[in-house]
Design a protein around this ligand. Structure first.
Ligand code: APR
Length: 230
């Protein structure tokens, strides 16, 4: 008997209780930085050291944080369901928690790539500086999808979402496309659960939407429990 397919779309709120800042909450990442300066190809061309240091700070912090109860609950979900995580997050907390199928829409902090070949990706956990090059001598850059760049995993994510029998959305302000548009790829009859203490979605927007106004570490384990007992 095939396990029901659950697709989980996560954003920065998923990792907030692990100690990582979100982007648009009070004191969020974008409060202290100009997005176009630190997270765009133009910014990297203009001041590569500033951009590399922005990601070095975030990569160093990632070495010190752990998955929270929300990440752990999503990993446990795999005992009874066919789970695909589609995350906007560039941390590796879903993988650390044990989730086995994670699609990173916006890249990964612990990876870097050649500035001339986006498919030449390397694992990288230390600081990245000017002069760090690939074996062809090309400067390396964070393996992050910057504003204005294509989202290579979008097609994969859309295909996965089209198969969802249950869609869970956790900790995203639903303001950045194309990620936010994935919700529309779920089949019409698919139940949607939206976990966020300040949900940025109206339950009238979708016929089968359940909004759970709780944090990831609180709301996700409760929802997982409910799904196992339903
Ligand atoms: N648990 C669950 N959700 C939370 C928590 C928490 N503990 N704390 C905050 N949130 C919610 C907020 O209410 C908000 O809806 O997480 C969401 C965070 O929204 P954003 O900061 O906009 O993050 P996100 O939606 O992931 O941003 C999407 O924007 O800047 C780009 O590439 C970046 O991937 C990012 C994308």
């Amino acid at each position: 008997m095939p396990k029901p397919k659950i697709v989980v779309l996560t954003g920065a709120g998923m990792s907030a209780e692990s100690g990582l800042k979100t982007f648009r909450d009070a004191n969020g990442l974008w409060e202290g930085h100009d997005v176009m300066q630190v997270a765009s190809p133009q910014g990297f061309a203009k001041n590569p050291e500033l951009v590399l240091e922005f990601y070095n700070q975030r990569r160093r912090q990632l070495l010190d944080v752990s998955p929270n109860k929300g990440h752990m609950a999503l990993a446990e979900l795999e005992q009874g369901f066919d789970v695909s995580i589609i995350t906007q997050n560039v941390d590796n907390l879903h993988e650390q928690a044990g989730s086995s199928r994670v699609v990173h829409l916006h890249g990964e902090l612990f990876k870097v790539r050649s500035t001339v070949n986006e498919n030449h990706v390397l694992d990288w956990k230390k600081d990245l500086i000017l002069g760090d090059t690939d074996d062809h001598g090309h400067q390396l850059r964070p393996h992050i999808v910057w504003f204005g760049e294509m989202v290579p995993m979008l097609e994969t994510a859309a295909q996965i979402t089209q198969e969802a029998e249950i869609l869970i959305i956790v900790g995203t302000s639903m303001q950045v496309y194309p990620a936010a548009g994935l919700i529309h790829y779920a089949p019409k009859q698919t139940p949607i659960y939206f976990v966020d203490p300040k949900p940025n979605i109206r339950s009238t927007d979708f016929d089968n939407l359940t909004v759970i106004p709780k944090t990831a570490a609180e709301g996700v384990p409760e929802l997982v429990n409910e799904l196992f007992n339903s």
